[in-house]
Design a protein around this ligand. Structure first.
Ligand code: IMP
Ligand code: MG
Length: 177
């Protein structure tokens, strides 16, 4: 596997995001809404660097049915906190076509928060099919299928502490495993 971002680079990236959020929100309380399951690792690392009061809420969105192709989006919000009148920071692992972030933002907007900002760990360049862009991006990456630091292939590899490109030969191994 080709490593795209190592642990040290990721740590510095999350530090940078925490400083940007501090500059944006100051000491104001925020509710971090994390899109499961991909943003789980980013969530754990980010919240431990935030100094303002933080509430955590989870929402689930699944668009990938096993493979690397995008499918229909299923949003499950039964684990959401009440975000009415809250300042919400929505986080996700990766902005690819952008459909997930846009649709989840729409769902959250209906819950009447005071504000919504979005932050993604990775922005896959050249793939977006939407006009919206994330407010905060930790890293821009080329158009490759990546795993690790929360990102999966068939629900595997989320536990890797680095981000790696999943290559054609790795996919072949899955087919024959
Ligand atoms: P979007 O809706 O096309 O922006 O896709 C966002 C979702 O697709 C993310 O939350 C990921 O779960 C998944 N995804 C997109 N690209 C990758 C990738 O390179 N590796 C793993 N998951 C990905
Ligand atoms: Mg995901």
């Amino acid at each position: 596997m080709k490593i795209l971002l190592n642990e040290q680079q990721i740590g510095l990236g999350i530090d940078r995001l925490a400083s940007q959020l501090k500059a944006h929100y100051g000491d104001q309380p925020i509710t971090v809404v994390a899109i499961m399951t991909g943003s789980l690792v980013m969530l754990a690392d980010l919240i431990r660097r935030l100094e303002m009061p933080v509430c955590i809420s989870l929402i689930r969105a699944s668009s990938y049915r096993g493979g690397t192709q995008s499918g229909d989006l299923l949003i499950q919000d039964n684990m959401m906190l009440d975000i009415k009148d809250r300042d919400v920071l929505l986080i996700d692992d990766i902005f690819d076509t952008g459909k997930t972030l846009v649709q989840v933002t729409k769902r959250l907007t209906a819950m009447k928060p005071k504000s919504i900002r979005t932050a993604v760990f990775l922005n896959k360049l050249g793939q977006s099919v939407v006009t919206e862009v994330p407010d905060f991006v930790v890293f821009e990456i080329p158009n490759e299928f990546v795993v690790g630091y929360g990102l999966d292939y068939q629900d595997l590899y989320r536990n890797l502490p680095f981000v790696a490109v999943l290559e054609e030969s790795d996919l072949q191994n899955h087919l024959t495993a």
